[in-house]
Design a protein around this ligand. Structure first.
Ligand SMILES: Cc1ncc(COP(=O)(O)O)c(C=O)c1O
Length: 384
């Protein structure tokens, strides 16, 4: 029956991250620096709220958009933290992680042939959904721009078919975040155009050098903001995300969400409420630790002569491969087999990640030190 499968789904490839871990997963004594999730446990008080929800039978469907208490808390959170103003009644949807928010956004706004402009390298969660809609991903190669997706870089790719621009900042995999000036320039340019912005701000609580800013501050009417608790509260498995959009957009996205999943998990919603209220600043402690690790890893990479932009947010370094005769998969495989350190090949983040590898520092200092020692020895032995 396989010949009857939707050709768009058939043509999708499994993610490069998954492919790579299938290849190196069996190697013994490996130090993995690949992971894209925090290494901290979910805060205790949040876990207790989840337990209490089960004990108090909070186990039914909720409103499709999420419980009103959680929607209010989510709106309060983004108002307090990022000066964003959304109505809990009509402008926020509680989703199954940021992933579902991405899916239902594209399924609502894209039609066949629509073009979506994205920076490359980029997190691989957008392109498959765009393709399933029969729409066309247009990547902008920002490797030569210090990974900054500025108006200047975007402009040449705008056509009559452009329907959406993806702004995923702070960025996975580069750690770069756009400044207020850069965001405002993009917003001013788009203000009179029929183009949506999908702003994936899932790492917004993990910014090191300046507070996070959202393009929605300047362009609310055209922007869909995606956020969630996976990274800020170390809650990847709870699957809670948020989608903020003006009512005229949100009411249509809500229909797709409703027929897709009905609502997010009721128990996780209770835990999420606790995270956004009593746990409003839970990310700060984790961020302190990430910042210390970032500084440590940066120093070590520099001492080895490896080039990477110093991350402004999230918990990744995107490192230039020192030997240009190897592509990113070949380099990562060699490193895995010879040094027993796993990193993600840059090509997992679109073809514009080629020439780089992603190193996650969502690991203890001890693991980072051991992993970096191995990389250092590998580079010395290989004479790179
Ligand atoms: C940029 C980006 N967006 C979205 C997601 C998915 O988030 P969630 O686990 O909340 O679905 C990730 C996960 O790594 C990510 O890095």
């Amino acid at each position: 029956m396989e010949h009857l499968i939707n050709h768009r789904v058939k043509n999708l490839e499994i993610s490069g991250i998954r492919k790579f871990s299938n290849l190196v997963g069996q190697i013994e004594d490996m130090i993995s620096l690949t992971i894209g999730q925090p290494d901290f446990p979910t805060p205790l008080h949040v876990k207790e709220a989840g337990i209490s929800a089960i004990e108090h039978d909070v186990t039914s469907y909720t409103h499709n958009a999420g419980t009103m208490e959680l929607r209010k808390a989510a709106c309060e959170f983004v108002k307090k933290k990022y000066q964003l103003h959304y109505q809990p009644e009509s402008e926020v949807i509680v989703t199954i992680g940021a992933s579902e928010a991405i899916d239902i956004t594209f399924r609502t706004i894209l039609t066949e042939g629509a073009e979506v402009i994205l920076p490359g390298p980029i997190y691989p969660g957008y392109e498959p959904v765009i393709r399933m809609m029969g729409a066309v991903p247009i990547h902008v190669d920002i490797r030569g721009h210090q990974f900054r997706f500025t108006l200047e870089a975007i402009k040449p790719y705008i056509t009559e078919k452009t329907r959406c621009i993806v702004l995923p900042y702070p960025s996975n995999p580069t750690g770069v975040s756009l400044t207020e000036t850069e965001l405002k320039e993009i917003a001013d340019f788009l203000a009179d155009k029929d183009i949506f912005v999908l702003a994936d701000e899932i790492y917004s609580e993990l910014t090191f050098d300046r507070p996070h800013r959202s393009i929605a501050t300047f362009l609310k009417d055209q922007t869909i903001v995606i956020n969630g608790l996976s990274k800020s509260h170390s809650m990847t498995g709870w699957r809670i995300g948020f989608l903020f959009a003006p009512e005229a957009i949100a009411k249509h996205i809500l229909k797709v969400h409703q027929y897709n999943v009905s609502c997010a998990n009721s128990i996780a919603q209770k835990a999420a409420y606790e995270a956004l209220t009593k746990g409003i600043d839970d990310a700060l402690e984790m961020k302190k630790e990430y910042a210390a690790r970032r500084d440590y890893v940066y120093e070590r990479l520099q001492a080895m002569g490896l080039k990477a932009v110093k991350p402004e947010g999230a918990f990744y370094f995107f490192v230039k491969i020192p030997n240009e005769t190897l592509n990113s998969s070949e380099f990562a495989l060699k490193l895995a087999h010879e040094a027993k350190v796993a990193v993600v090949p840059g090509s997992a983040f679109s073809e514009y990640g080629e020439g780089y590898f992603r190193l996650s520092y969502a690991y203890s200092m001890e693991t980072l030190e051991n992993g970096l020692n191995r990389i250092e020895t590998f580079l010395k032995n290989a004479n790179y």
